[in-house]
Write a protein that binds this ligand. Sequence first.
Ligand SMILES: NCCC[C@H](NC(=O)CCC(=O)O)C(=O)O
Length: 445
Amino acid sequence: MSAREFNFDGLVGPSHNYAGLSFGNVASFSNVKSASNPKLAALQGLAKMRALAQRGFGQALLPPQDRPNFRLLRSVGFTGTDAEVLSRAAKEAPVLLACAYSASPMWTANAATVSPSADTADGRTHFTPANLNNKLHRAHEHTQSARALRAIFKDEKHFAVHDALPGTPAFGDEGAANHTRLCSTHGDSAVELFVYGRSEFDVAVPAPQKYPARQTLEASQAVARLHGLSAGRTVYIQQNPDVIDQGVFHNDVIAVGNANVLFYHEQAFADTANSLEQLRQAMDGVGAKLNAIRVDTAQVSVADAVASYLFNSQLLSKDNGKMALVIPHECQENAAVAAYLQGLVASGDAVDELIHFDLRQSMRNGGGPACLRLRVALTEAEVAAMHQGVVMTETLYHTLVAWVEKHYRDRLEPADLADPALAIEVHTALEELSRILGLPGLYDL
Ligand SMILES: NCCC[C@H](NC(=O)CCC(=O)O)C(=O)O
């Protein structure tokens, strides 16, 4: 069956802010409590979506989540009117207010793990929203992620949207940031590769010492079971715990795959030789030949990879049989990375084009091009069955730019989260957005 990959980018919400909530994510920690520009952040994201749609790549969006999450604040004891809840939280526990206001749903690579119909036992596309339970500010995303995915992929003949895994450390799940499919073309049965940071039950598996490993082996296995993946086409690889300790909080900060290409850093995995051998064998089973493009430490250090987000790029298949690498501007500004990329494109290997974007508002919180998108490979019938209002077109782009210009502030300081007017602005904007997207029940406002 032929299929087309759609990238569902997260539309940045009106309260985009930097709260320094992600211990282990160097950018989030170093930009703690600086001022953000929500309007610019949303426009940067929309510019990327538009440019890729104009190039003919399948492009859609996932809507922002309602912020602040008053349910979270009320569930931890803040009572009264919305304004009273905000003022008490700001005074007594500003970090909880920041969690309820977190910008993090914009990184839709963490919204869910997706297995296309070619890979699953029942021939439907399966989604498991990620519980993101390693971080309080992200652990409350999955309810709305499931709601949005169910609204867009409503047709149960084609799609199954599961509930998130139980929210407990054993099942720490960060979604597609630790998952990739390897195959010849998107419509083929693929090998699904899950990369985990630690194991809850196997004490022999080494874990990082300094920063948390967010994804567990047990969570990856549970997602594979829920999706009905076949054992022979599922591979689990351990991430190198040392690179987690250097700021590689998700695998998509150090590796990216597309079709038969795995683009990865020499230090990405715990046992590279064995892991890649397993992957090669599994790919043999689906008639695909692994093209492993390795970047050595001598070419690009782990620190440069983390600073530039070279691997947090999108690898997109083009009609000429080659791939484009979608990178943030930071890659061009890092001398080692820029030199590596020049050589990569000149080498005649799979990547023959670089497409770069200014995504600084997202990068300052540790999210690059790959974090901003959830990949869903869809057959023609599935494309027709999903909700059409989220597919990026020129018209939708212009409508959303006007909507952003109308509702978004261009400066948000941490103290502004206490402003009751901000909460009202966000609600008003999202009510209008659900009408624009044709998704009336999108929010539980
Ligand atoms: N895939 C990219 C995810 C980035 C995300 N950053 C954050 O949540 C930062 C939020 C803040 O600090 O305000 C994270 O670490 O999970």
